[in-house]
Design a protein around this ligand. Structure first.
Ligand code: ZN
Length: 133
């Protein structure tokens, strides 16, 4: 695990949030992408070397809908860049972390992703991401 790949923020209304964050950062998002399997619409901003992902639920069963219902809008996850996601999943499991996705799945922005359960990481949802080359 080396650097933070992005920070994910759960929002109720992506169109409104896009406008707000464009004002905040002084520039527009560089891409929007729906991840149908997760029931989310995403929008990505680059801020210097950092990336912010906004996430909006597309249905009530989406993890983002449930998160907002429970906790309201806000920081949803922190994603870390890894070279070999399968190896990292194996390593973290053997260290006793609870892994939500035993097999990496296709995420937004050309990534293979897997999440660690926040119960095993002090309440923080952690995403591992590996760039698909
Ligand atoms: Zn993410």
């Amino acid at each position: 695990m080396h650097k933070i790949e992005h920070i994910g923020i759960a929002v109720k209304d992506l169109e409104k949030a896009n406008k707000l964050y464009a004002q905040l950062f002084g520039k527009a998002h560089y891409k929007m992408e729906e991840v149908a399997s997760e029931g989310v619409n995403t929008s990505f901003f680059k801020v210097g070397e950092n990336k912010i992902e906004l996430l909006e639920a597309t249905n009530n069963n989406s993890a983002i809908a449930k998160f907002i219902e429970k906790k309201g809008e806000g920081i949803h996850h922190i994603a870390f860049d890894v070279d070999d996601i399968e190896k990292e999943i194996f390593r973290l499991k053997s260290e006793g972390f609870k892994v939500i996705n035993e097999k990496p799945k296709r995420g937004a922005d050309n990534k293979l992703v897997a999440f660690l359960h926040p119960k095993s990481t002090n309440g923080v949802l952690i995403e591992l991401c590996q760039e698909i080359i």
